[in-house]
Design a protein around this ligand. Structure first.
Ligand SMILES: [Ca+2]
Ligand SMILES: [Ca+2]
Ligand SMILES: [Ca+2]
Length: 188
């Protein structure tokens, strides 16, 4: 008790957690967000199959205990990680997201499909998904086997500021957060 170390970041986090909880419960009174509600909440309906697949994958990555719902703790963990996590943690998380078949490496097809989907959601980007994918592999597939290991991915992206920025931008959740923060309701 009375530990005197100041941890402003954590104080802010506690306040935020309460704020997020209120928003979350308002949107999702059951406290368990289904995939359908998740999509409705974010206005992600009527997507192309590829974009839809990406959203499914984001949902599954958030659903840490794999029970098919995002509960408040999982929701906070995801937000927390995406907003405030250390670069390492974030990259691990992105890696998991991009490794669609979960075999522990990212191949070109996986990266291409995720960037095609992201582009479908985010709209215009400077590079086509193909150009982007090829660039990423050129830069960070160190042993040139056409697959990105977790090591290659993390050390490669970490050591390349442009790439890091592009990867971070491609998974910018600020729109999502804005929607939730504004307390938008979806029809139940
Ligand atoms: Ca869950
Ligand atoms: Ca894979
Ligand atoms: Ca490799």
């Amino acid at each position: 008790m009375g530990a005197n170390e100041s941890a402003p970041a954590e104080d802010i986090l506690t306040q935020d957690a309460h704020h997020w909880y209120t928003k979350f419960m308002k949107e999702c009174p059951s406290g368990q967000l289904s995939l359908h509600e998740f999509k409705a909440l974010l206005g992600l309906t009527g997507l192309s199959p590829q974009a839809n697949h990406y959203v499914d994958q984001v949902f599954n990555t958030f659903d840490l205990n794999k029970d098919g719902f995002i509960d408040f703790l999982e929701f906070i963990a995801a937000i927390n990680l995406v907003i405030r996590g250390k670069i390492d943690q974030k990259l691990k998380w992105y890696f998991k997201l991009y490794d669609a078949d979960g075999n522990g490496t990212i191949d070109k097809r996986e990266l291409l499909s995720i960037f095609t989907a992201i582009q479908a959601i985010n709209g215009n980007q400077e590079l086509t998904p193909e150009e982007f994918t090829n660039m990423v592999f050129q830069k960070i597939d160190v042993n040139n086997d056409g697959e990105l290991s977790l090591e290659e991915f993390i050390s490669g992206v970490e050591s390349d500021e442009n790439l890091l920025e592009m990867i971070s931008k491609s998974f910018d959740l600020s729109n999502v957060l804005k929607i939730i923060q504004s307390g938008r309701r979806h029809s139940v």
